[in-house]
Design a protein around this ligand. Structure first.
Ligand code: PAF
Length: 283
């Protein structure tokens, strides 16, 4: 695996790959990699000839109350992990390389970015869409992989790519889970041993809500309220628990059959997010 820290040298290497007729898939990350990221790299390998992984802790997506400096930087370990499973290129730029003029240009998708997690993290998704636009322009991938755990992020990126005619296909990769159902996430490391036992309740409540709806319940508000109550009682501080239309993330109309239940909740120091898709039977 070749590692690059500058845009110029990465572009030269990728241009040579394209001249040889190779297609390129891309996995953007902020490092601190775990099995969930490796699943993205494995999926990327199936989609194109060469895989580029980026590791960049993006300052623009951290809020004023979020500690950018405390974000774990584990570049040596990450490099080894992705080299072992066969990534071809690592792009690990500095903040100066990615933001030579500061944060003067910003990409924003206001409506989708200000709901759900965006309501609690102002500016976060603007940081994500801005950095992804920069990375897409640098790598020019045929296909890019995003985890379904961050479903709002995936939806926003899909929307952006369509709106801006970015010639990259976006692939959502199924959430990796521990045996007890907890979604794999860098944030799980903030859980104490006691909280780790409670954490799977988030996914259990998502699945329970899905089953109620599949059994015929159509009062989504009641389903959401019950899950919020359960989560409070289990020791979480829930942020939201919403049944939504799977592509707009808005409240579903009676005609919508492709739904998703999205949840975010604080447990100790960790803000956990997860979701569960469901397809309603057609009448
Ligand atoms: O999901 C992440 O790790 C980040 O939001 C991303 C997509 C790498 C952008 O910094």
């Amino acid at each position: 695996m070749l590692t690059f820290t500058t845009i110029k040298l990465l572009r030269e290497a990728l241009s040579s790959e394209r001249k040889q007729g190779h297609t390129i898939s891309f996995v953007p990350t902020m490092g601190n990699l775990h099995e969930g990221h490796l699943a993205l790299v494995r999926a990327a390998k199936l989609q194109a000839d060469k895989v580029v992984v980026s590791i960049f802790v993006n300052p623009m997506q951290f809020g004023a109350n979020e500690d950018l400096d405390a974000y774990p930087r584990t570049l040596d370990k990450d490099t080894q992990m992705i080299a072992e499973i066969g990534a071809d290129f690592l792009f690990a730029p500095t903040a100066r390389e990615m933001y030579p003029h500061g944060m003067s240009t910003q990409i924003s998708i206001p409506v989708l970015s200000n709901i759900l997690c965006g309501a609690n993290r102002p500016g976060h998704f603007q940081g994500v869409t801005t950095i992804c636009t920069k990375l897409f322009n640098i790598v020019q991938p045929d296909v890019a992989m995003f985890g379904e755990k961050d479903y709002q992020q995936l939806t926003i990126i899909r929307h952006m790519v369509e709106d801006l005619y970015v010639p990259t296909r976006i692939v959502g990769v199924q959430t990796g889970r521990a045996e007890d159902g907890l979604a794999l996430s860098s944030r799980n490391m903030y859980l104490t041993a006691e909280e780790r036992k409670i954490a799977p309740e988030l996914y259990r409540n998502l699945v329970a809500a899905k089953n109620k709806i599949l059994a015929g319940e159509r009062n989504y508000f009641a389903v959401e309220e019950e899950a919020l109550k359960n989560l409070y009682e289990a020791g979480f501080r829930p942020d939201y628990f919403h049944v939504s239309n799977r592509s707009t993330l808005e409240a579903p109309t009676p005609a919508d059959d492709k739904l998703i239940i999205l949840a975010a909740a604080q447990l100790g120091k960790a803000r956990l997010i997860d979701n569960c898709k469901l397809d309603l039977p057609l009448p």
